[in-house]
Design a protein around this ligand. Sequence first.
Ligand code: DOR
Length: 426
Amino acid sequence: MKILLKGGRIIDPSQEFDQVADLLLEEGKVAACAPHLEIEDAQILPCQGLIVCPGFIDLHVHFREPGEEWKETIASGSLAAVAGGFTAVVCMPNTKPPNDNAEVTRYILKKAAEAGLCRVYPVACITKGQRGEELTEFGELKEAGAVAVSDDGRPVPDAFLMRLALEYAKNFDLPVISHAEELSLSSGGHVNEGLASAKLGLRGIPPQAEAIAIFREVMLAELTNSPIHIAHVSTKAGVEIIRQAKEKGLKVTAETAPHYFTLTEEATFGYHTNAKVNPPLRSEEDRQAIEEALADGTIDVIATDHAPHSPLEKVCEFERAAFGLVGLETALSLTLRLVERGSISLPKMIELLSCAPARILKLPGGSLREGSLADVTVFDPEARWIVTEEELNSKSKNSPFLGWELKGRVIYSIVSGKVVFSRREF
Ligand code: DOR
């Protein structure tokens, strides 16, 4: 099977390539890239006016299978992923039961294969049951297909246990992803401590709950000489600690999510539960710091933290509502706003959404070099659309962006040389 993408602007930061050209995909691999390719037996995808780039890789999604399939299944989440241009996703272990043993890891991979849309890479728990008491069997989990370990959704509260996890993970070359939250400061909180907590009369979560935890992780990375990846950074204080750690040469990487550079705590002001997320939406000063950190390389990756919840968990009092929002299908458009206002370039955007995530978790993809996986995202940066529940493919509709008019739409998502999602006839 050959697919020829004709006349798109091909942007591949992995080889500093940015040119209008044709791209040939053959037998699941990138076969050629040149200004004009004529291939007789290839299926043609017209890409004039479109951007063609390595498939986006989301380092942080919550698919709710096993256990909470009314919110999202691996199949519905995979569809949301490819509709958003993500050809691969890394799914967090806080399912029910949590992914703390090889059986759950294999189940996730089996469901992903049945869905047959994007690549799904499971992350296994650091501790059994995410209880923060006893490490899981990293070797077995890696063998079953886990690509990293994390207790995401919860931090590992005990510094000594986290130290052990970093040392143990190094033996298996398993990346560790930290949900950095100092629970003794954040517990019982619902929104950012500051304007939002004062205005809404709700218990706040101070930025220091994140910063203290990030600082601990940086210190442990230094102590163990291990890499660590910090999930969903939301604060200026957190950014500053990561910047210093990088200046020191520590192996610290970080991600943020589109809601942290798009929204502030003001989005919660009407008790809007779709804007209730953990870590919480922060101040304008924090938002700006996140945007700057993306531009200067302090934050390496944009991930979505796609966290589907149904009306059962969201249409209720703010204090009872679950934390989380769906992000897979709005990430591209929201990130393009950074490009439009000149904070980052289009190639930098693709680096943040594709090349860097591949590099950090050592995943295949993130490149259109000849011989690379034929995982490709094609999007129209100008197409306008309105976010509605009907437009979203995710089973859950808990987006704070419902009703927003956005620019930028995925036209084709291609995995292993197969068009798995298309908004056009071809
Ligand atoms: O808002 C969040 N939702 N933050 C998390 O850490 C977990 C996630 C979820 O699983 O719903």
